[in-house]
Ligand binder design. Structure first.
Ligand code: ZN
Length: 100
């Protein structure tokens, strides 16, 4: 049997839980807005053109690749060039992914 005192405690903890949930809900809203914002940023920064225009070579290798080349993805110590010419000037040879 619930006494009045017990009922009061139960009600109080329900109210506390309720305000906790509201606080959480507000928090989730903020987080979701942040995620949306980050998604937008990400979409802007990862436009294909931006990535494909990079050229990737290995510090220890001799060839320069397109950023999306399979070989380029395996490179651990990356050197990134903005143009093919910069890489060629450094003595790198073009990988077949760039020979077109
Ligand atoms: Zn390649």
């Amino acid at each position: 049997m619930f006494t009045d005192k017990n009922m009061e405690n139960v009600q109080r903890s329900f109210q506390l839980a309720k305000s906790d949930i509201y606080a959480l809900y507000e928090h989730v809203k903020v987080l979701r807005a942040e995620v949306d914002y980050l998604k937008q940023l990400n979409m802007k920064s990862s436009q294909p053109a931006a990535v494909e225009k990079q050229f990737v070579a290995s510090e220890t290798g001799k060839k320069v690749h397109q950023a999306n080349c399979l070989h380029a993805q395996k490179i651990k110590k990356r050197v990134i060039f903005k143009t093919k010419t910069l890489a060629l000037n450094k003595g790198y040879k073009l990988c077949s992914c760039l020979a077109y």
